[in-house]
Design a protein. Structure first.
Length: 337
C-alpha cells in the first residue's frame, strides 16, 4: 500500500476530530494558528484519500438495541464471501478477517425486549446453521468506553490547552433533563444524511429533510444531548503506516473491569474498547505500526495494567467495514449516492 505523507497539522486535525468530529473548522483554525481555508483543504484531502470519514450514527444502547460481538470460524474457501455479505448489511459493522483469514469478527445489532422478530435477531439465530460456518460465538456488548480521549500511535498530539478548548465546547450527553422525542420515521432523511456525512452542515440537512434550519438544529442537538445519536471520526490509519491491527480479548476481575476499561481507552494504541459478556469480559482493538510495535504494547503497555488476568490476541488480516464505512485495500470508501 502507498502511504500518505502527512505532517503535524494533519495529525493535529485527526486528534481534534477524535475529540469532536463536528468541530467547526474556524474553531480548529483558531486553535492551530492557521486559516480556515487551510483546515478545510487538509480535511478534504484526508477524506478523499480514504483516511478519515465523519459519520453520525444511532447509539445502539440509547436506542434500545443489543450490540453483539460475533466471532465466526468459517471454511477457508468461504470466509471472504461470507464476510463481504455481512459487511453489506446495515445492521452489521466492524467486519474483519482475522486468524489467517479463517475467522470473521463483526458487530451485530439486535432489538432488545419483546415483539416481532427482527431481521437482526434472525441473523444471529441463522448464522450458526449456515453451511459455511464451522464455529460461532456471540458476546453482548455491555458497555462501550469513551476512546476519544487521545490521538493515535505516535502521531503528533494537540497540547493540553488545545484539547481542553475542544472538549469544553463539544456537546455532551445530558440524561433526564427533558423529554426527548424517540427516533421515528420523521428522522429517516436526517439520519441517512448523517450516516453519509457526519459533518453535513445544517443547510444541507434542512435541504434533505425539508425542515427549516432552526428545526434541524433543535432536533440535532436533542438527539446528540440525549445520547440517541453520536458522531464518530472513522480512520484508516493503514494509509499512514499503521499496518498491524489486532483484536485483544481480556479476562479481568469484575471489581477491576471498569477501571481497566477506562485505562485502556486512554492508550494511544487502542481504537475501541468495550466490556462484553463471557469469560473474556473486555475486548479492545489495537492499531500499531508492525508486529514489534504490537509486542511492545502488549508487554509494556497492556501488561502493566493491574487486574488483567488473561489475554488472547487475534491479528486482523483485513478490515472490510468500520462502524459506518466500507473499506477496500486499507482505505475508507465514500458512500454510494
Amino acid at each position: 500500500m502507498e502511504f500518505l505523507t502527512t505532517d503535524e497539522l494533519d495529525h493535529h486535525l485527526i486528534h481534534a476530530l477524535r475529540l469532536d468530529p463536528r468541530i467547526p473548522f474556524s474553531r480548529f483554525a483558531s486553535l492551530a494558528g492557521v486559516s480556515e481555508q487551510t483546515v478545510s483543504r487538509r480535511f478534504r484531502r484526508l477524506r478523499e484519500q480514504g483516511v478519515v470519514r465523519v459519520v453520525g450514527l444511532v447509539d445502539p444502547f440509547a436506542a434500545g438495541l443489543g450490540n453483539w460481538m460475533v466471532r465466526i470460524r468459517s471454511r477457508p474457501d468461504s470466509a471472504v464471501a461470507l464476510a463481504d455479505a455481512l459487511a453489506q448489511r446495515p445492521d452489521v459493522g466492524w467486519v474483519s478477517l482475522t486468524s489467517g483469514g479463517t475467522e470473521i469478527l463483526c458487530a451485530a445489532r439486535s432489538l432488545q425486549g419483546h415483539g416481532a422478530e427482527s431481521g437482526q435477531d434472525l441473523l444471529l439465530r441463522r448464522l450458526p446453521h449456515t453451511k459455511e460456518v464451522i464455529d460461532f460465538s456471540a458476546q453482548m456488548v455491555l458497555h462501550r468506553f469513551d476512546e476519544r480521549l487521545g490521538s493515535m500511535g505516535d502521531l503528533t498530539e494537540l497540547d493540553a490547552a488545545q484539547v481542553t478548548g475542544i472538549r469544553d465546547r463539544a456537546l455532551v450527553r445530558v440524561d433526564g433533563e427533558e423529554a426527548v422525542t424517540p427516533i421515528g420515521p420523521q428522522d429517516d432523511a436526517l439520519l441517512a444524511e448523517l450516516r453519509a456525512d457526519g459533518r453535513a452542515p445544517v443547510s444541507r440537512l434542512a435541504q434533505v429533510t425539508g425542515w427549516g434550519p432552526a428545526r434541524v438544529q433543535r432536533r440535532l442537538e436533542e438527539l446528540v444531548r440525549s445520547g440517541l445519536v453520536y458522531f464518530d471520526a472513522e480512520m484508516a490509519l493503514e494509509t499512514m503506516g499503521f499496518d498491524t491491527h489486532a483484536t485483544i480479548w481480556l479476562t479481568v476481575s469484575p471489581a477491576d473491569l471498569d477501571r481497566v476499561g477506562r485505562e485502556l481507552a486512554q492508550h494511544k494504541e487502542i481504537a475501541y474498547v468495550a466490556a462484553i459478556s463471557g469469560d473474556r469480559n473486555l475486548m479492545g482493538t489495537a492499531i500499531t505500526r508492525d508486529p514489534a510495535h504490537l509486542y511492545r504494547y502488549v508487554t509494556h503497555g497492556l501488561g502493566r495494567v493491574p487486574g488483567v488476568q488473561q489475554l488472547e490476541i487475534s491479528p486482523i488480516l483485513r478490515r472490510l467495514k468500520q462502524n459506518g464505512s466500507m473499506m477496500r485495500e486499507g482505505r475508507l470508501l465514500a458512500p454510494v449516492s
